[in-house]
Design a binder for this molecule. Structure first.
Ligand SMILES: N[C@@H](CCC(=O)N[C@@H](CS)C(=O)NCC(=O)O)C(=O)O
Length: 230
């Protein structure tokens, strides 16, 4: 049995992190049975990062490595018909989402405009998490943001960057269906992982306002969400 280890849910989204949510969606799309374990401490994970899966005796970290494993070992076929050009687009989009990840994360933990709402939601939904734990996580994230670079941006500059990422994603998602046709692939799960973590949050960031103004992106997100939480 596959076990997915990822961060806890928030605002009805089964993982408050885009990478873990992407894997939950991929497993559902591939109709692969799994157990979902939510953890806050990533120290047991390969490279100390979530998500990871265990599968028999194996432990696999990194969402892309997990998808490669599911494809090789469990016949995950949702990307089977893709051309090389489509695979390249999927890889470029994955890297684009890596950039959006930092801005989204910054909006929650670093930006004083939104941190109080994020903190309050976490404490309200997770009785096991104390204010002290969150303050420690915040201090840790400040360091991560500083060394990655986003932490040195003023909020308006950070959001300009995130909105450029979201704009490119909005142009990639079609009015109907999914990025590469009528059926969703891992690229759709990846987009969902991050867009859902913006759209379903009752925190009115510039990123969320942008998504709300893109009905086709909301439709895409809702379609993947229905499969993921089913
Ligand atoms: N390339 C990885 C990225 C995963 C990632 O960035 N995980 C972060 C999410 S916050 C994490 O666990 N960070 C904890 C840490 O770096 O200590 C993937 O695709 O899964």
């Amino acid at each position: 049995m596959i076990t997915l280890f990822s961060y806890p849910p928030l605002f009805g989204v089964p993982d408050n992190n885009g990478y873990g949510l992407k894997i939950a969606a991929v497993l559902r799309l591939g109709k692969l049975a799994f157990r979902h374990e939510h953890v806050l401490d990533a120290s047991a994970a390969p490279r100390g990062q979530l998500p990871y899966i265990t599968d028999g005796g194996e432990m696999i970290g990194d969402s892309e490595a997990i998808i490669a494993h599911l494809t090789a070992k469990h016949g995950l076929a949702i990307d089977a018909g893709l051309s090389q050009a489509q695979r390249d687009t999927a890889l470029a989009t994955t890297r684009l989402l890596d950039d959006l990840y930092w801005v989204m994360s910054y909006s929650r933990w670093q930006d004083d405009a939104y941190w109080p709402r994020f903190r309050a939601a976490f404490l309200r939904e997770h009785a096991e998490v104390s204010g002290e734990i969150l303050e420690k996580a915040r201090a840790f994230n400040f360091q991560r943001y500083h060394f990655q670079g986003i932490g040195r941006y003023a909020p308006a500059d950070a959001y300009r960057r995130g909105l450029a990422d979201l704009g490119a994603i909005a142009r990639l998602v079609p009015e109907a269906g999914f990025v590469f046709g009528p059926d969703p692939g891992t690229i759709d799960a990846a987009i969902y992982g991050f867009v859902a973590n913006i759209h379903y949050y009752d925190i009115d960031t510039p990123l969320r306002r942008f998504v709300a103004g893109q009905p086709h992106l909301v439709r895409h997100c809702q379609a993947l969400h229905a499969v993921t939480i089913a």
